[in-house]
Write a protein that binds this ligand. Structure first.
Ligand SMILES: Nc1nc2c(ncn2[C@@H]2O[C@H](COP(=O)(O)OP(=O)(O)OP(=O)(O)O)[C@@H](O)[C@H]2O)c(=O)[nH]1
Ligand SMILES: [K+]
Ligand SMILES: [Mg+2]
Length: 436
């Protein structure tokens, strides 16, 4: 992958559409417009041009074109956009013509955003925010992603890093000035106080997992004996016919997931095979998958029918017992809630309960960190600062304390991508779609 290539890709979705957006970035963008559109339009003004195949002069489409010279562009490079008609043949013809131009090649996944990052147009947290915006399925996810794109985490990380660098400067100054390798006592108190203050702020961000939860969704597993009505409930919550329902015990074998939006919060409802001993190999596999999913779930709804047949519930982090088929008028009294998924009875209460669980896990979208990557880096910084404090408070050499503080600032720098994070970049950008 060369960064002085000119790259192009369809930025809009696959399939037939009214309009298709083709993005071009790199030093050859100007040449593309001149050779295909006949001239260079004024910067940042949409104009209509007949696009021609530069090889044959044949007209390919009438398009709206844009010229966005760098560095004031998304990637920071010269960029062009072609808004062409979205027919499959039109698209293919324009992409083919682009591919024949010297120095132009199709973009790789995430390559536009990668260039934006490398050219300093956005930091790594903003890149992640952008990825989250594209993946956001619910309103709360969209809002959280917008905050991250706006720099909420990036700014916080810069502040933490700034404070840590101040500590480092003080430590290094005392290293230069003290002969015994000892910090004057009042300065030592200052440094310890400063480290404690930045640790408090980092600890506060680490305390909540709600940001990660909101990105990933709350997983709710429907478990229970065969014929409890799990698949019927899944279909009712999804409001469509997702899973097969039948009076035959052991109907569901695969794990079936549905992404739901409960009051703007993402909840993943998982239907599973009824738990029972079975001689059928396929059903056995279904039952073991059901148990595994129940174990990992944020919440298990343990569905029990009026006729009983439920053994002990599977191990779970959190479990609520839900009596089913309440319309049969044989209500069980040992449940947290009773429903009749077939008639809708009790479903509003169940949905309210799930919403409350989701709010409890995800909060109000006010979390600063949203990924495991952030958590790991911040935890490392926090631990380094712990060690620095211990060294300062004890007899340990100042150089070692300074080294720990340096490691802490490095860990924070990884969050925004200020320090070398090549492996993170490869993983992150490959998760993008082509054209982003
Ligand atoms: N009366 C009544 N019947 C229900 C209700 N919910 C489900 N049933 C019936 O119970 C039977 C089993 O329903 P399923 O949804 O397939 O049950 P399941 O728990 O998914 O069963 P397995 O996948 O075999 O474990 C079907 O005949 C449903 O129509 C209900 O609320 N009321
Ligand atoms: K069934
Ligand atoms: Mg089922």
């Amino acid at each position: 992958m060369r960064s002085d290539d000119t790259i192009f890709a369809m930025a809009s979705g696959q399939g037939r559409a009214a309009v298709c957006l083709i993005r071009i970035s790199g030093p050859g963008s100007r040449g593309v417009l001149e050779r295909m559109g006949g001239d260079l339009p004024p910067p940042r003004r949409a104009v209509v041009r007949t696009l021609r195949d530069p090889a044959t002069g044949e007209p390919l489409d009438q398009a709206l074109v844009l010229w966005m010279p760098g560095p004031r562009s998304f990637t920071g490079e010269d960029q062009a956009e072609l808004h062409i008609h979205g027919g499959l043949a039109t698209r293919a013809a324009v992409l083919r013509a682009l591919g024949h131009l010297d120095g132009c090649r199709p973009a790789e996944a995430g390559e536009f955003t990668r260039r934006a990052f490398l050219n300093g147009r956005m930091d790594l947290t903003q890149v992640e925010g952008l990825a989250d915006i594209i993946d956001a399925e619910t309103e709360a996810q969209r809002r959280q992603a917008m905050l991250q794109l706006g720099g909420r985490l990036g700014h916080a990380a810069e502040e933490w890093r700034e404070s840590i660098l101040q500590v480092l400067a003080l430590l290094e100054a005392s290293l230069d000035f003290s002969d015994e390798g000892d910090v004057p006592e009042d300065l030592e108190a200052d440094i310890l106080r400063m480290i404690g203050a930045v640790q408090d702020r980092i600890g506060h961000a680490l305390a909540s997992r709600s940001g990660e939860r909101l990105r990933e969704g709350l997983t709710v597993v429907l478990a229970g004996p065969p014929n409890a009505g799990k698949s019927t409930l899944l279909n009712a919550l999804a409001q469509r016919d997702v899973a097969i329902v039948s009076p035959i015990a052991g109907t569901t074998r695969d794990v079936i997931e549905v992404h739901c939006d409960l009051g703007g919060l993402p909840v993943i409802i998982v239907d599973t095979a009824g738990l029972r001993e079975s001689a059928d190999l396929i059903e056995q596999e279904g039952v073991s998958r059901a148990r595994a999913r129940a174990q990992d779930a944020d919440l298990v709804l343990w569905l029990v029918p009026p006729e009983g047949g439920d053994g002990p519930p599977p191990p779970a982090r959190r479990l609520l017992k839900v009596g089913t088929k309440a319309d049969l008028n044989r209500i069980r009294h040992d449940c947290d809630l009773t429903i009749a998924a077939a008639t809708g009875q009790g479903l509003p209460e169940l949905i309210r309960l799930l919403e409350a669980e989701a709010v409890g896990a995800m909060g109000q979208g006010d979390a600063v960190i949203t990924r495991e990557r952030h958590r790991k880096a911040l935890s490392r910084a926090h631990e380094s600062l712990d060690r620095a404090r211990a060294i300062l408070a004890g007899p340990g050499p100042l150089e070692l304390a300074a080294e720990e503080v340096r490691l802490a600032s490095r860990a924070i720098g990884e969050i925004t991508g200020r320090v070398d994070v090549e492996d993170v970049l490869d993983r992150l950008f490959s998760s993008f779609c082509i054209g982003k």
